[in-house]
Design a protein around this ligand. Structure first.
Ligand code: F6R
Length: 606
């Protein structure tokens, strides 16, 4: 959420900053800005809209070999030119870009106004620029330290000062910052995506850490200015994984990558001999694993819905009571933390603040938390006692697809391991391993039917409102399907338990309100088919995601058959066509698939 870039070196900063911002645009895209520091001091260009609007409007002589940039997702004040970052002091000697939220901004704004400062934006960030400018310290490091000491809240921040043209000072508290080391030049960014084209030698700042970047290197230190001796390390990433390549969007690319990603999350983790999973990263021995009496899964949005799928897997396979809860709600109900409960945080980015705060609340109360996280070394991954990395590769599209699939597989592995130290038989363990091994090809088989799904999607795209329905294992699938559909098509899509339709929502069924129904071949098929009749009898158009052997009788429906796996693993195969339906509906409606309105990848605010 919001993106930061910075550059200091021997090249012109502006083109590099703009290129970096384009790579970060998925993190916030309602306004963007850059500041460069050259012979004539600090110059700022900022604008509501996309990075391309900023680039087009950039003044001709926008020169300087030091600079910072930002792409914004509005929190304080609407998306307009004045609220875009960088923010400056009145004399424009200081420029600041900031991710996060300053909690005491209102009080600080008041103090500054009382002191006669004329604030020019509605943002919390602007106070930082004034505080840096007003500090009496004689170094930039000291000035930034003084400013940070006055604020409460979260930040990733980068500061330029005209009196110190040979440096950028950056600081982190809750919002990621990564330093990239180049040849006689240094970069900084809030996400690896903006760095990998220039360097793969990086240093991640920790919370509470600051750094000074000069063209020749960097130093890191704490708020009391004592050094932290951080060293840069090589990261093994393929810059191509941050390009959409031949695909029209990252979402399309990432959906297509699912078979390979699924293969990666399974690699080395299946123990065929004992019919179990090998999850060394959990840091728990068999005795500790057996002592678990309950599992509580925490995540947000799609990660929460896949958490519900995971809870069902754990209950079925390990017979341990399990449930999922929205991490954003968890800590506000003063949760009881039990020593024999295993808490599981699930997150693609590993940065989602609501999930991170839930993890911290659990650990503060002495609970054990493991993470199912995609981004290696991210805040949630580091905060957990152990975990399962998802190995989905970088996910750029706001709508999560391949990470979500790998979360489901991660939960399957966890359920298998928990089950096999309890009552799950070796035969059942082997049955599930065989099922997991089949998944990548089966996902591919669904992706291969994209044209057919695109046609079905077009029949849904024009409906103002839709239902997604499923039962038991199918209900979280319906929730995820509705989420994906609404977030990129902007249609109202509501998920319901099929069994609950007759208790109210049937009143809304009409020819204008289609229903996407999940009807797997399982113990509830007959009841699900019964509900389809009730919808059809009221004229409701139906799209049914089902299995070949399911007899829908004379129900008029567009039918999509997905491959069957073991019934416990079927939910993920029912989910994949829903991604394609959402994608093609949004494409048909002409929406920006990767940057849906009002949203951003990685929600790092509460
Ligand atoms: C939906 C989506 C969001 C995220 C949610 C959690 O497609 O992308 O609902 O799933 O914001 O994000 P992570 O997984 O990064 O914690």
């Amino acid at each position: 959420m919001c993106g930061i870039v910075g550059y200091i070196g021997t090249q012109q900063a502006a083109p590099l900053l703009l290129e970096g911002l384009t790579r970060l645009e998925h993190r916030g895209y309602d306004s963007a800005g850059v500041a460069v520091l050259g012979g004539s001091g600090i110059k700022v260009a900022k604008k509501a809209g996309r990075v391309r609007d900023l680039t087009e409007g950039l003044p001709k002589r926008f020169t300087g070999q030091v600079g910072i940039g930002h792409t914004r997702w509005a929190t304080h004040g609407p998306a307009n030119d004045a609220n875009a970052h960088p923010h400056t002091d009145e004399a424009q000697r200081v420029a600041v870009v900031h991710n996060g939220i300053i909690d005491n901004a209102a009080a600080l704004r008041q103090q500054l106004t009382d002191d006669g400062v004329e604030l020019t934006s509605d943002t919390d960030t602007e106070v930082l620029a004034h505080l840096v400018a007003r500090s009496g310290a004689d170094t930039l490091e000291g000035k930034v330290r003084d400013a940070l000491a006055a604020i409460e809240g979260t930040y990733g921040v980068a500061v330029l000062h005209a009196d110190f043209p040979d440096r950028i000072v950056v600081a982190r508290n809750g919002s990621p910052l990564i330093i990239g080391v180049g040849e006689k030049e240094m970069h900084v960014a809030s996400d690896l995506a903006a760095l990998v084209r220039y360097t793969t030698t990086v240093a991640h700042l920790d919370d509470g850490e600051l750094a000074t970047l000069t063209a020749g290197g960097f130093t890191t230190y704490r708020q009391d200015l004592s050094t932290t001796h951080k060293l840069a390390e090589h990261v093994d990433v393929d810059p191509a994984s941050y390009d959409a390549g031949e695909h029209d969007s990252f979402m399309h690319k990432e959906m297509q990558e699912q078979p390979a990603a699924a293969d990666r999350v399974l690699r080395g983790r299946l123990d065929e001999r004992f019919g179990t999973a090998r999850l060394g990263g959990l840091n728990m021995d068999a005795r500790e694993t057996r002592a678990i009496r309950r599992v509580k899964i925490l995540g947000c949005g799609s990660a929460y819905y896949v958490g519900q799928m995971g809870a069902a897997l754990i209950e079925e396979l390990a017979r341990i009571p399990a449930d999922a809860e929205a991490a954003s709600e968890f800590r506000y109900r003063n949760p009881i933390i039990e020593p024999d409960t295993l808490y599981v945080a699930v997150s693609q980015s590993g940065e989602t603040l609501d999930t991170l705060l839930a993890v911290q609340e659990i650990r503060r109360k002495g609970g054990r938390v493991i993470g199912l996280v995609n981004v290696v070394g991210s805040a949630i991954a580091r905060e957990c006692d152990g975990g399962i990395y998802l190995h989905a590769g970088p996910e750029v599209a706001v709508a999560s697809t391949k990470a979500l699939t790998n979360m489901f597989i991660g939960f399957s592995l966890l359920a298998l391991q928990l089950g096999r130290v309890r009552d799950l038989s070796i035969a059942d363990g082997k049955r599930l391993i065989a099922g997991l091994t089949r998944l990548p090809d089966q996902i591919q088989a669904i992706l291969d039917r994209e044209d057919e799904l695109a046609e079905v999607a077009r029949t849904l795209a024009d409906a103002e409102s839709l239902f997604f329905v499923g039962r038991v294992r199918g209900f979280p699938v319906a929730r995820e399907g509705a989420q994906k559909f609404k977030e990129i098509s902007y249609r109202h899509a509501e998920a319901y338990q099929t069994s609950e339709l007759k208790h109210g929502p049937l009143a809304l069924i009409s020819e204008e309100v289609p229903t996407v129904a999940l009807v797997p071949s399982d113990e509830l098929t007959d009841r699900n088919v019964g509900a389809l009749h009730e919808i059809a009898a009221r004229g409701g158009p139906l799209v049914v995601i089902t299995h070949e052997d399911v007899d829908l009788g004379d129900v008029a429906a567009l039918r999509i058959d997905v491959p069957r796996n073991e019934r416990e693993l079927d939910p993920i195969l029912l989910t994949v066509p829903l991604q394609l339906l959402a994608y093609h509906a949004a494409l048909h409606l002409g929406h920006d698939i990767d940057k849906p309105r009002n949203l951003a990848k990685s929600v790092t605010v509460e």
